[in-house]
Ligand binder design. Structure first.
Ligand SMILES: *[C@@H]1O[C@H](CO)[C@@H](O)[C@H](O)[C@H]1NC(C)=O
Length: 418
């Protein structure tokens, strides 16, 4: 009786597992096959051909769907992909049949090679490359609808078979992330490796790089073979090492989003001779700072002017608001005597705060023309807002004053026409 119950239970578990793995809908992906054109030329010319990927989680389901092959695709560009990890078989890559919008996909020839970076070099310490590498290697990058999934895989096919199997996949469910200043951020990245491949027994490494306008830096690097984190200057960035080993969760955790964190992050996973990576965009919403009035001002003798500076959208507290004056002579000096309001909190949890300063007669004597600058100093970064000011002298307009007035008029004119 107990035996029967056990068998019964086991078969239910086996069935559930079969549905989970084999029941996953795997896509037929339209991809661009892109490779360097053979021949000379710099930069190398690229060729682009239509290609089709029939994906399945096991070789049987992959090989069966060969009916109705499209006529406009070269048979050499039709691939039957086995993806046991089923990274390709998630809904963002499987739009409903007949859908006009399609996932983006590109496939390229891939050349296995030892990594040179310090945290991945130990993966290929044994000098010779295994015979296993002698095969057709391909890399695929795909992006699901609405940026819900970015996936990059390296696949191996026995030479000239067009039947590649995925060896490593790296994916992110958040191709672009908006974060509030000061709040913690998770940049999602996960990976899967084929455990039966001789390469996966050699260990793995994970690297996070940051890029913005052509500049890059290493955020974090982990040598999984020696269980060692590389030295970096980045503070407040973390990996969950236990999750990394257990579930392939390589997500980057930034403890406090700062304006300087905005940019592109690249999550790379190294296996011996292989590298796969996805990129994620992070935008940290900066607080806004504005001075009113915002147009150039003219100050007449005996007149005074009240300026307001308003900071909004910042978190956490505190924020320091102060005033500076940049004279026409290029000298920067602090303006004291500003008044600061209390802060108010908006519904999204961010704060708003203002400061006022009075300049001219009865206020701070500026002594000449220049720019009044409001400075907002926050843990997330420092911002400035400015307004230009001309002061007309007591003894009637001097040449400089007249020029200032013309400049203001021109400035105003510029504001009006632009
Ligand atoms: C991966 O780790 C991050 C940070 O610890 C977590 O927020 C996220 O939910 C994890 N992802 C999965 C798929 O478990």
């Amino acid at each position: 009786m107990t035996d029967f119950a056990t068998i019964y239970k086991l078969s239910i578990i086996a069935f559930a597992y079969a549905v989970q793995v084999y029941g996953a809908t795997c896509p037929v992906l339209e991809c661009w096959f892109v490779q360097e054109k053979s021949g000379r030329g710099f930069p190398a010319a690229m060729s682009q051909e239509k290609s089709l990927l029939y994906v399945g989680t096991d070789p049987v389901s992959t090989g069966t769907r060969t009916k109705n092959l499209p006529a406009d695709i070269d048979a050499a560009r039709i691939y039957h992909v086995t993806d046991p990890g089923a990274a390709f078989c998630s809904s963002p890559l499987c739009p409903p049949e007949g859908s006009v919008r399609k996932p983006q996909c590109e496939i390229n020839p891939f050349l296995p090679h030892p990594a040179v970076v310090q945290w991945a070099a130990p993966l290929t310490e044994s000098a010779h490359s295994p015979i296993y590498l002698q095969a057709d290697w391909l890399s695929v990058s795909a992006q699901g609808l609405d940026g819900q999934l970015t996936l990059s895989s390296v696949m191996r096919a026995p030479t000239n078979t067009n039947k590649p199997s995925v060896i490593v996949s790296v994916f992110s469910r958040t191709a672009s992330v908006r974060a509030r200043l000061g709040a913690p951020v998770v940049l999602d990245c996960g990976f899967w490796t084929e455990s039966s491949s001789p390469l996966t027994t050699g260990g793995f490494s994970v690297e996070w790089r940051y890029q913005f306008r052509g500049e890059g830096r290493l955020v974090l690097a982990y040598d999984g073979k020696n269980d060692r984190l590389a030295q970096t200057t980045e503070e407040g960035a973390q990996l969950d090492i236990a999750a990394l080993h257990q579930t392939g969760n390589a997500s980057l955790i930034l403890q406090e989003a700062q304006v300087r964190h905005s940019g592109t992050y690249i999550c790379s996973v190294y296996l011996p001779y292989l590298l796969s990576q996805v990129s994620i965009n992070l935008e940290v919403e900066a607080p806004s700072l504005s001075v009113s009035p915002s147009t150039p001002q003219v100050l007449l003798p005996g007149q005074s002017l009240s300026l307001q500076c308003r900071a909004s959208g910042f978190t956490p507290l505190p924020l320091e608001l102060r005033w500076e004056f940049l004279g026409a002579d290029g000298e920067l000096r602090p303006l004291v005597g500003g008044r600061v309001s209390g802060h108010t909190q908006a519904r999204d949890g961010t704060f708003t705060q203002s400061s006022w300063v009075e300049v001219g007669q009865g206020g701070v004597d500026l002594g000449g023309a220049g720019e009044v600058v409001c400075v907002g100093v926050h843990a997330g970064g420092t911002r400035r807002a400015r307004v230009s000011l001309s002061v007309i002298g007591l003894r009637g307009p001097t040449v400089e004053d007249s020029m200032a007035m013309v400049a203001v008029a021109l400035g105003l004119y510029g504001l009006i026409v632009s």
